[in-house]
Design a binder for this molecule. Sequence first.
Ligand code: ADP
Ligand code: ASP
Ligand code: MG
Length: 448
Amino acid sequence: MNSQFVVAKFGGTSVADFDAMQRCAQIIHDDNNVRLVAVSASAGVTNHLVALTQQGHSDAERAHIVEQIIQIQDNILAKLSLDADLAQGFDLTINELQTLAKHSALSKQQCDEMLSFGERLSSYLFTQVLRDLGIAAQRFDVRQVLKTDSHFGKATPDIKASRLAAEAHLVPLLNDYVVVTQGFIGADQFGQTTTLGRGGSDYSAALLAEAIDASSVHIWTDVVGIFSTDPRLCAKATPIARLSFDEAAEMATFGAKVLHPATILPASRKGISVFVGSSREPHAGGTWIEKEKRQEAGIRAVTQRKNQILLTLKSPEMLLASGFLARIFTILSNYNISVDLVTTSEISVALTLDNAPNASRPELDQACLEELSQFCHVTVENNLTLVALIGSEIQLKCEQSNLMAVLADFNIRLICHGASKHNLCFLVEQSESDRIVQAIHQRLLEAA
Ligand code: ADP
Ligand code: ASP
Ligand code: MG
């Protein structure tokens, strides 16, 4: 890393309305190192856009959803007067949204086009808010630099192509302007719009930081950092001042919604530090995620991820046979499905997949199930939650408590431990998971 540049990312609630945008503008105003800003769609907009990609809505219902999206923009616009360059692009974007929303059945590519409107619109408005505060701000279409493959709904970034494009088109602007761009979206090699998956703006910010050689990424959200568990679930959750890249990646992967799971990848590749703080309370501190040599042993957080699917694949042929796992994972990979937990026995494999509501695409589709069913017996269970204990050097019998004794009180469907010393994960019934997380937090993280 050879620059002092900071990439700032503002999430949906941070750009939800005019007042929220103004608070974010002030943060940028107060830190001269912030040269690149990635914004999310204003809160609620992406959920509306997901609804527009789903079939089964009448023309009137779709028109109503579009009105709700426009209303959110209009509430902000009421306090702003857009400069001509921004007004022209903004109006064109609204027209494009209205035109696409008239179609009831969208292709995968059109779905990503639809999902992109939230970030495209909020970035026009936020640029004006910065200008009104006297900041030389320029809006930039991230699709010029964030290059991805064509897996619509959850595209994989092309790091090298993105870096080259950023050096050519983006870096030259950063000395003169605070550049405002979009999180979550990118473009494939044909220039078609892609998205990185729900919550992907955090990942975009880290990818952009990598592409421009920034020193750090500041993720501004609605909580003052990463907590020992979701502060909405446990009033006694405490913010964690420092996390290693490994711990933060595990937390994000296993459910701390505050950070998109892939965010840490670019950061740890390049040693870029990541700060998470609240745009409502920018001086209240937050969490710094950095490369750390040694972490104190023990459990630091408990996370949960609801809406998990448990897929059990059984085949007597697996007994003493080779290649069964390879075959399964090849099929899952062909469908771009990511697996979280895996356990195996002599003749079966159990694995978990995400089935989040409002996802930009279903994780498991029928065609994949049919392909798997051709050579093994497939069982699908829903309504499960993945609970994860995160920390360093986690052992089933750790010093502060006997973990086994704590877990013995719960009905555990599957347990995974050993592949990483940073986590211990298990599956429970979704209806019980809040209570379980609260109990674990109380016994393991509030004691002493
Ligand atoms: P943004 O819109 O800024 O991206 P998100 O809603 O995606 O924000 O993430 C912030 C939310 O993550 C918080 O409001 C909080 O409820 C939730 N969350 C879940 N687990 C944690 C955790 N361990 N620490 C902090 N926040 C958490
Ligand atoms: N707007 C997108 C979403 O709601 C991306 C993001 O906010 O990170 O998922
Ligand atoms: Mg988020």
